[in-house]
Design a protein around this ligand. Sequence first.
Ligand SMILES: NC(=O)c1ccc[n+]([C@@H]2O[C@H](COP(=O)([O-])OP(=O)(O)OC[C@H]3O[C@@H](n4cnc5c(N)ncnc54)[C@H](O)[C@@H]3O)[C@@H](O)[C@H]2O)c1
Length: 279
Amino acid sequence: MSYNLLKGKKGVVFGALNENSMAWKIAERAYEEGAEVLLSNTPVSIRMGNVKQLAEKLNSQVVPADATKVEDIKKVYEAAKEQFGGSFDFILHSIGMSPNVRKKVPYDALDYTKFEQTIDISAISFHKIIQTAKQMDVINEWGSIVALSYIAAQRTLFEYNDMAEAKALLESIARSFGYIYGREKMVRINTISQSPTPTTAGSGVKGFDGLMDFTERMSPLGNADADDLANYCITLFSDLTKKVTMQNLYHDGGFSSMGMSKRAMFMYNKSLNCDECDD
Ligand SMILES: NC(=O)c1ccc[n+]([C@@H]2O[C@H](COP(=O)([O-])OP(=O)(O)OC[C@H]3O[C@@H](n4cnc5c(N)ncnc54)[C@H](O)[C@@H]3O)[C@@H](O)[C@H]2O)c1
């Protein structure tokens, strides 16, 4: 169902890899709500995934860019200005990757080169995307920028590894830049802290199925899925949320406010004799 919430709006979506990607669902939903969308991802992800199919569906294009490279980001915005006939209204940063997680390097034996890559790809890219947009003045007044985060920025979660630091930095960038961009051009910047969601990046976290089951049991409304996220994200791109900025917004079925639930307690009690549960 469409409410035409984004009628006449235009935006750039970074990070759609395949149908499971949260950026994919958000781009689709933005289009349904009347927006014109330009997509971007790394050359490798464009080859490995199927984002070109999404671009066809949305009558758009995919512009290759490594979001750690400012020169690449500039090319994305140049292409967007050409496609849209000028500046635009929203940006989604849906980018995350940890070489340490990928190579199963534990947190207490981190490879620091990989750690720097994690931070660069998953957090500093957000700063680069915002700073480049501001310097090129490509976002309209009352525009909206959103990045996707996770509660590991505030709480320690088993095996989330160095992505926790990346998410903490990501959320901080939203606050620091949200102040400057808001003050100078009424552009708002927020992060959405999403439930665990079965995507390529999400499923790469060790023990992901157990984590999803746990958060499902702990959350009074159950986990938020990618379609729920797309709905929520659309409201942040819309004019209905013009005064929301510098926030980390939990979109997790209530998980972030829970300590213990009846459904989780039931499972915990069942496994009280578990020999492997000491850590
Ligand atoms: N899946 C979850 O459980 C979950 C929960 C909360 C937040 N998030 C966050 O949501 C965002 C999207 O992830 P997803 O779960 O949809 O997985 P995904 O694997 O579909 O998307 C991750 C994207 O990051 C892109 N990317 C990696 N390196 C890049 C680079 N250098 N330049 C540009 N793009 C690059 C990948 O190509 C991919 O499209 C990430 O920030 C992730 O941390 C995911």
